[in-house]
Write a protein that binds this ligand. Structure first.
Ligand code: AMP
Ligand code: TRP
Length: 326
């Protein structure tokens, strides 16, 4: 039996090349080795205010994007969280076995709560819903960014304390953090990570950016006052541009350095823009195709949700049983 991989993706916010190079591309490369669950977490999105029509549209767009980056429905269950009722049901049950203190300690909760005028109970319960997502599928590996590590550890703690009391009901998942080398930096401020939530639109290349937008953003990217084009981690702007070149072309670093030896930053930026545009072209074409044909996308989501529901309901029933329901 293949080991299981589960990850959740928030439907809100636009995907950028950092998400692609740091996460999605790895998922696609590794997909044949595992049974994969990629869940568009619309219930998690509800923990902060959302516009209903925007949330619905963003959920379908994220589904199309996951397929466009190369996740193949033959190897991956690509589904929407709210389509599988067991996620909500499991969250309630786990809420009754999770100490409040564990949740109040979560750094993301503290950050997000500070930014809201009125904090809803769901924001505190967010990691419990996430633990349920993972535990429902007897997940072995959870690939996530650094910021989600604490939540996956909480899922392990919940699983372990539950198992200690009721027997081996849950598989205890392991967190998988992508290699640091794939950290893509903000184009305007290259000491910061490229991020969905950035207000500066020039700082981030979106996966659906037009060729013109890509050229414009790269030409404006912050560099430094030196001249040489070398992979030097102490020069974050140039290092980031060269890393992008490396990741989009797969060329060895030495070959890239000699390609640009004696040339200027403008040449590097122009060359990089063309490489990024070509690299994103197939993905953008697939995305356009999928959005032109919503029926196909709906069928994929429905089939996945049906398959997931069978697995998830089995775990839910086991849990209900051991705690005295049913
Ligand atoms: P987020 O956009 O923060 O929800 O992250 C979704 C996934 O993309 C996570 O697995 C992150 O590790 C990855 N990711 C986000 N931003 C970057 C970045 N700038 N460089 C590399 N990976 C990133
Ligand atoms: N909280 C995660 C994030 O914002 C998304 C998520 C929800 C998730 N459920 C999950 C990630 C389960 C991994 C496993 O990125």
């Amino acid at each position: 039996m293949k080991k299981r991989v589960f990850s959740g993706i928030q439907p809100t916010g636009r995907s950028h090349i950092g998400n692609y190079l740091g996460a999605m591309k790895h998922w696609a490369n590794d997909q044949r080795e595992f049974e994969n669950f990629f869940c568009i977490v619309d219930l998690h999105a509800l923990t902060v205010p959302q516009d209903p029509a925007e949330l619905r549209a963003a959920t379908r767009e994220m589904a199309a994007m996951l397929i466009a980056v190369g996740l193949d429905p033959r190897y991956c269950h690509i589904f929407v969280q709210s389509h599988v009722a067991a996620h909500s049901q499991m969250a309630w049950l786990l809420n009754c076995f999770t100490p409040l203190g564990w949740l109040e300690r979560m750094t993301q909760y503290k950050d997000k709560a500070q930014k809201q005028v009125s904090v809803m109970a769901g924001l505190l319960g967010y990691p419990v819903l996430m633990a349920g997502d993972i535990l429902l599928y007897h997940t072995h590996y959870v690939p996530v960014g650094d910021d989600q590590k604490q939540h996956v550890e909480l899922a392990r703690d919940i699983a372990q304390s539950f198992n200690a009391r009721f027997g081996d009901v849950f598989t205890v998942p392991e967190v998988v953090i992508p290699p640091v080398g794939a950290r893509i930096m903000n184009l305007s401020e290259p000491t910061k990570k490229m991020s969905k939530s950035d207000d500066d639109l020039n700082s981030t290349i979106l996966l659906l950016d037009t060729p013109d937008a890509i050229r414009r953003k790269l030409m404006r990217a912050t560099t430094d006052s030196e001249r040489s084009i070398l992979f030097d981690e102490n020069r974050p702007g140039i290092y980031n541009l060269l890393t992008l070149y490396e990741l989009f072309t797969g060329e060895p670093r030495a070959a890239i350095e000699s390609r640009f030896a004696g040339k200027g930053y403008g040449d590097l930026k122009k060359g990089l823009a063309e490489v990024v545009i070509e690299g994103l072209r197939p993905l953008q074409a697939r995305y356009a195709e999928l959005t032109r044909d919503p029926a196909t996308l709906d069928t994929i989501l429905r089939d996945s949700a049906e398959r997931c529901a069978v697995i998830a309901e089995k775990t839910l029933t086991d849990v209900q049983h051991v705690i005295g329901l049913r």
